[in-house]
Design a protein around this ligand. Structure first.
Ligand code: SF4
Length: 161
């Protein structure tokens, strides 16, 4: 156990940024969470985003790719692709992850996993530091009751896998 640092704080790796924050009362973020889409193909009974009704909003590809250049140059170190919806629904998600890695930003992802095709695995895994699945239910029936996966939930994204 002594080989593991279990302190959840990583700020001691970023002392310059801490000093900047102390001096100016502000600094550019080290980490950010990005929601590529508002849609989700599930309707989990505990979902915190049901109140916004899973809007059909997608990040603009070109704008976000140029944002990644900007964010990297200003000091973002890591991005979590997750948030309000299922990130794999975005048709450019593999490009987003690939570009993040290319510009030196580490990234991880939270997903329900249903849309993870072999093609996406090949593109995503080499560029992700981690991929975490939401999987709630001890058997198929319980899972179906909790996640409520449905083809009808994908109504607006048009399918691309
Ligand atoms: S998979 Fe995530 S975003 Fe989708 S309904 Fe479940 S908790 Fe909400």
């Amino acid at each position: 156990m002594k080989n593991f640092i279990l302190d959840s704080h990583k700020l001691h790796y970023h002392l310059q940024r801490v000093a900047e924050f102390e001096k100016r009362g502000d600094c550019y973020p080290i980490y950010m969470e990005v929601s590529p889409v508002g849609l989700c193909n599930h309707r989990c009974i505990f979902c915190a985003y049901d109140y916004i009704d899973y809007p059909n909003r997608h990040l603009d590809k070109d704008r976000f790719l140029s944002f990644l250049d900007e964010a990297s140059s200003l000091g973002i170190k890591s991005i979590l692709y997750a948030g309000e919806g299922e990130p794999l629904i975005h048709k450019n998600i593999a490009e987003f992850v690939e570009k993040s890695k290319e510009v030196g930003i580490d990234c991880g992802m939270f997903s329900n996993g249903e849309l993870l095709s072999e093609k996406l695995v090949q593109k995503l895994l080499p560029n992700l530091t981690f991929l975490r699945f939401s999987f709630n239910g001890g058997d198929a029936q319980t899972y179906a009751k909790i996640h409520k996966p449905s083809k009808r939930n994908t109504y607006a994204w048009g399918g691309h896998f």
